[in-house]
Ligand binder design. Structure first.
Ligand code: PMP
Length: 394
């Protein structure tokens, strides 16, 4: 039996982490893995998270199982964080999941039960796990044009043409904000156009919201999601708490399914809880409880928002600094897109050979497709990267 197993292709980003660790050069810079780092290179535990953990530790009297679909208070706090004023509780089923990844997995499983013939439409490029999870489940994947290599912005005409070909009952996966890996995002008007195309075709929006609060602000980053969910008769949202609460290893996420009415909501919620049961049974509680404790306490929530805002503004300022350095080194505004991109990532448009050269000659580690993690930089390393990019002829 086990003799039939085949080696799995190693995850490229995890392999890069290993290479970075093994590099003994002084001053090496890790712009690879998608984890927020402060200017000292640390991924901190947020203040509100520490305080929530202290309160939970003091108040908790049992470690008995939580509810199969997750704690109702967590689900309602997260539904409000994601959908805000547009939340239609009568039509929205929610599920506590193992991270955003777990939410994506359960969303695909749920959609496949609803429509076994569906195709998943993803942006070209997208987070590689979207494609591999769908393929693993036997769901056909179609790519829609998204990134314009020349402008490093969105190829919106291409995107519209391609998603217009989705059939009724297909899923169209959209990054809610802070597109991974490109950093290029839709404008409010473009979200509205996408929403109208999906309404015409009957394809179902599936929003992956993994970086709410990392782009333009908590509400701003959810605006596209809110619009598209409000306009669609049916929609799915997979949200992650890993980045905006900084609780990566606690594996905390939520799946929201907007359906046609109350009876459909209860049916969806029951099916979603069933999916948890089939996969890992009860969801983990600690991260969900941290999030709910913070969101349901005005002072803690304010402190969390303030710290998240510092993180966001820090990344924006690094973007501005890098774009400025590139302007003065190249005498052009070719790299202004870095300032317009949002979130942790930007795809620079360097060739794999240039990415390799920058790694070999400057010990700066980016993913091979030239995705860089802005949060891996600090004020001191921005000029080092800028010079390396210019020297490599990017
Ligand atoms: N979607 C995207 C686009 C991501 O980048 C990530 C994390 N890298 C996830 C989902 C999953 O996040 P989590 O760690 O919560 O599973």
């Amino acid at each position: 039996m086990f003799g039939n197993l085949q080696p799995q292709a190693p995850d490229k980003i995890l392999a890069l982490m290993g290479e970075f660790r093994a590099d003994t050069r002084q001053g090496k810079i890790d712009l690879g893995v998608g984890v927020y780092k402060d200017p000292t290179g640390v991924t901190p535990v947020m203040r509100a998270v520490k305080e929530a953990e202290r309160r939970i530790w003091e108040a908790e009297t049992t470690k008995a199982y939580t509810a199969l679909g997750g704690e109702p208070a967590y689900l309602s706090a997260m539904s409000r964080l994601v959908l805000g004023e547009t939340l239609d509780a009568d039509r929205t089923a929610a599920l506590s999941t193992v991270g955003g990844t777990g939410a994506i997995r359960q969303a695909l499983e749920l959609a496949r039960i609803g429509n076994p013939g569906l195709t998943l439409h993803v942006s070209d490029p997208t987070w590689p796990n979207h494609v591999s999870m769908a393929r693993f489940l036997g769901i056909p994947v179609a790519e829609y044009r998204y990134f314009d290599e020349a402008s490093r912005g969105v190829d919106f005409e291409g995107m519209k043409a391609d998603i217009g070909r989705a059939r009724a009952g297909d899923l169209v996966l959209l990054h809610g904000c802070c597109h991974n890996p490109t950093g290029a995002n839709l404008t409010a008007d473009q979200w509205a156009e996408v929403s109208a195309i999906l309404a015409r075709t009957g394809a179902v929006p599936f929003v992956d919201l993994a970086y709410q609060g990392f782009g333009d602000g908590l509400d701003e980053d959810a605006a596209g999601t809110r619009l598209i969910v409000a306009n669609a008769p049916e929609a799915l949202v997979a949200a992650s708490c890993s980045k905006n609460f900084g609780i990566y290893r606690e594996r905390t996420g939520v799946l929201l399914a907007k359906v046609e009415g109350r009876a459909a909501r209860d049916l969806a919620a029951g099916t979603m809880a069933f999916l948890n049961r089939q996969t890992y049974s009860f969801p983990p509680d600690h991260g969900a409880r941290i999030v709910q404790t913070i969101l349901d306490d005005a002072a803690l929530a304010a402190d969390w928002r303030a710290e998240l805002e510092e993180v966001r503004l820090g990344m924006l300022s690094l973007r501005r600094q890098l774009a400025g350095e590139m302007r003065s080194l190249t005498g052009t505004n070719r790299f202004d897109f870095i300032e317009h991109h949002r979130g942790m990532f930007s795809r620079l448009g360097a060739t794999p050979a240039q990415v390799q050269r920058i790694r070999d000659e400057h010990a700066i580690y980016m993913v091979g497709d030239s995705r860089l993690n802005i949060a891996g930089l600090n004020e001191g390393s921005v000029p080092v990267l800028a010079r390396a990019l210019v020297e490599a002829g990017v």
